[in-house]
Design a protein around this ligand. Structure first.
Ligand SMILES: C[S@@+](CC[C@H](N)C(=O)[O-])C[C@H]1O[C@@H](n2cnc3c(N)ncnc32)[C@H](O)[C@@H]1O
Length: 397
């Protein structure tokens, strides 16, 4: 990633937030204790609103300046890093459109996904020529727009044509009114769908059908990123199923195919991914006070592309966990393919096989050679595949 370091980006945000909250220029020195205390309380409140106090959230939380400040300080960069991780995966796994000319970010907020896109480019020529940043909240759109221009200035890049527009994306009329003439190569939908909790399934399907059929180019990709939690990640799995049923699409990541997810049937199953990062200074200080630690950022996601791919019988698996210890003293890694979920296991005391499992990280794409499928399923771990001396685990870069 051709990055401005995370710390430089945090400094940019602090300067912005300082002006926004105190009408003063930040002198670059550590934030004074009283100012920090007020930020901390705002972050704590917003954080709770997104989690434990979710029922009180309401849709217009960004109308309050305090919530926008808290989002910028605490969530913007971590969401940028999550979106960057997915972008890198899309590039690696051939799910990246051949050209990126026109991009849309739905529920853009402060524009974390657009920053992620820009972080991933090595030359300004790789930026799209047109970007739509859409949100139903005018205030966060304004912040996002101003910050985007400051970001471009810092990186010495010329901003693409940025259409920053107040739109309720659930009203298709709002999207139609944009009168988009040329189709979009990339559509981001980050941390938005979980805010549609009051919207019916058919409402969600209508939105994504419109996006795919009317707005997405043939080679384009639609990325849906969501927080990682059992409920939200399973909601994303359900959305995946519905969209596969109703739209002419395939899922290109994190698992390829047009098949139903093998985890859908068990209410305890879910999948998520992780990315380590260097937590910038102020975020670290906030986390310390809040007794949290985000050294590894978690997220769930799917990438949708047009057309149904012919499905091949499984040859590759996605790991859903790092190596874990089993009750019987052996070790296992959870895997899934288009058709199966299974546990890849080593026997107690088999150090060589344990080492093979240890090399696997959550999210790796792997193939198996000479591993032996058990006839019996384990009640907890499901279908079991054993690693032995002659087994080979190929981790695809
Ligand atoms: C949690 S923020 C995510 C912001 C950004 N995408 C990110 O990942 O950091 C969700 C955003 O979606 C916006 N939003 C929620 N419902 C919306 C709707 N129906 N139409 C447009 N924007 C919406 C909110 O205003 C908010 O800015």
């Amino acid at each position: 990633m051709n990055t401005k370091s995370i710390q430089e980006l945090e400094d940019l945000i602090i300067s912005y937030v300082y002006e926004m909250s105190w009408g003063q220029k930040w002198d670059g020195k550590p934030i004074p204790a009283d100012v920090f205390k007020s930020y901390l309380s705002q972050v704590e409140k917003l954080s709770n609103l997104f989690t434990v106090d979710r029922e009180q959230m309401g849709i217009r939380y960004f109308r309050k300046k305090e919530n926008r400040i808290a989002y910028l300080l605490y969530f913007h960069l971590s969401n940028m890093v999550r979106a960057s991780a997915i972008i890198e995966e899309m590039k690696k796994r051939k799910a990246w459109p051949k050209k990126i000319e026109r991009v849309m970010d739905l529920g853009t907020g402060s524009g974390a996904s657009l920053w992620a896109l820009a972080q991933g480019i090595s030359s300004p020529k790789q930026l799209p020529s047109l970007m739509y940043a859409l949100d139903e909240d005018r205030s966060i759109l304004n912040d996002g727009k101003k910050l985007w221009h400051q970001y471009c200035k810092m990186r010495e890049i010329t901003s693409p044509n940025l259409v920053s527009q107040k739109v309720d994306v659930l009203s298709l009329k709002g999207l139609e009114a944009l009168e988009i003439q040329e189709k979009l190569d990339l559509i981001f939908c980050s941390n938005l769908v979980n805010e549609f909790s009051l919207i019916s399934d058919s409402g969600k399907i209508s939105l994504f059908k419109y996006l795919v059929d009317q707005l997405l180019s043939d080679d384009g990709a639609l990325m849906i990123m969501e927080p990682a939690s059992l409920d939200i990640s399973r909601d994303l799995l359900h959305l995946r199923e519905m969209l596969l049923d109703c739209l002419d699409i395939h899922i290109s990541l994190p698992c390829s195919g047009t098949q139903s997810c093998p985890m859908i049937s068990d209410a305890k199953d879910w999948c998520h991914f992780e990315i380590p990062w260097d937590i910038p200074r102020v975020k670290k200080r906030l986390e310390k006070e809040l007794n949290r630690n985000s050294e590894v950022l978690k997220y769930s996601y799917i990438v949708i592309q047009k057309g149904q791919k012919k499905s091949k019988r499984r040859s590759k698996y996605r790991s859903l966990s790092p190596m874990l210890k089993n009750r019987d003293g052996g070790y296992f890694v959870l895997l899934c393919s288009d058709y199966d979920k299974l546990s890849l296991r080593s026997k107690k005391g088999d150090k060589e096989s344990k080492q093979k499992l240890k090399n696997i990280q959550r999210g790796d794409v792997i193939s198996l050679q000479n591993c032996h499928e058990d006839k019996l399923d384990d009640p907890k771990l499901g279908k079991q595949v054993w690693v032995g001396q002659d087994s080979k685990i190929v981790i695809h870069p």
